[in-house]
Write a protein that binds this ligand. Sequence first.
Ligand code: TYD
Length: 202
Amino acid sequence: MTGKFITLEGIDGAGKSTHVQYVRDLVATRSGAGAIMTREPGGTPLGERLRELLLHEPMAPATEALLMFAVRREHLEAVIWPALGRGDWVICDRFTDATVAYQGGGRGIPLARLAALEAWTHPGFQPDLTLLFDVPVEVGAVRLARHGGLDKFEREQAEFHRRVRAAYLARAAADPQRFRIIDGTQPVEAVRAELRRVIEAL
Ligand code: TYD
């Protein structure tokens, strides 16, 4: 595989959605290769149908975790791996770190179980770079309150989001080579400047 795989992560309201298009445009102009943007859960026709259920239908935590990985495997086989194989760069809005944060930290699924599913779903494969947009839970909540139509994760209590954030930060601390923590409380232009530095370096 010659392309690079970049993922964006963070708690709900951290600013990921504001910056994902900018990251794609940076990669498209600077990488000298094709750039595709995709998301999880989703990214394939099957994955997008399952996304509807995952974001809106109540289900057991284990079911939720298993479906996240099932959607991911389809996404890898149908979209991500072929694109990287062609030499394209892939920018993905959430990936396995989100499962560790939300289903692990948030819902309490043991991390060892998620690690086993991760090793089965994408053995030896990790993003080249993960941008973790980090904000305090209170900041994320204020931003979420501005848009209606919240999904079932966005409607969770502050305590859930605190656990999600802690799980993200622990995962980043365990793999500092791959992660860049972006302070999402900064003004948009300051975040963009930081994104330019990080993408240029890659
Ligand atoms: P999100 O990426 O925030 O999309 P939008 O900006 O359209 O709201 O929504 C995806 C939700 O799915 C988010 O709340 C986190 C959740 N999620 C998990 O719980 N586990 C996962 O593995 C993934 C990929 C997402």
